[in-house]
Design a protein around this ligand. Sequence first.
Ligand code: PGA
Length: 251
Amino acid sequence: MRKKVIAGNWKMNLNLQESISLISGIKNGLRTLSSNVEVIICPPYTSLETASTLVKNSHVKLGAQNMYFEESGAYTGEISASMLKSVGCEYVILGHSERRTIFGETDSTINKKIHKALASGLLPIFCIGETLDEREKGITFDVVKRQVVEGLKNVDTENMKKIIIAYEPVWAIGTGKVASKEQAEEVHAFIRKELIALYQSDVAEQIIIQYGGSVKPDNAVELLSQPNIDGALVGGACLKVDSFLGIIKAC
Ligand code: PGA
């Protein structure tokens, strides 16, 4: 049985004071929830160090939303894996569709980031997913397969076990248009099949595959009850205590 993993991607939202108040709300709410769900929050860089202090000795784990693949140097505006480690991050989201579409990240850049994160002891949350145009052209499976194969190039079995995959159809992100449980499960099962082809099936069966794209408390139960949906990567609904806890309760 795979555990459920719920991660909140705060994106470019919440200043330091707002971050502190959201984290204390989440921590208070989780106290009354007997939960074997893994909860990860991914605040903006400016809140990470404080967040790390606040989540110490709680169930909440800390992640960042991005990083660069070089160790250090003249890369103005970038953040390295070891910097994230030094402020207490365990996870890092890589290859989010907003990074791919707005900031031009390619499968090969994302692959380099995955290798650097793993080598630095960070656990990647590796995002993949098709655009509306790609879905309408009937090439969803080709796109997802390419992203999996290129993104995971040269990742060995032991490292693969440390990666969470987040399937996020781009047309469902921030649009309120959630994929139906059948649409989501179909792609999740396909991703698991690809992982079986790349790694052994005992490894593929252990990998957490999250769904992301307009997940809310009222659609979480049906999505999370699908056999290959092992959690959620939540954007908009993770910025409010009640809706984030509602999704955790759905598990
Ligand atoms: P959303 O974002 O929940 O606001 O659709 C999900 C994500 O981008 O990870």
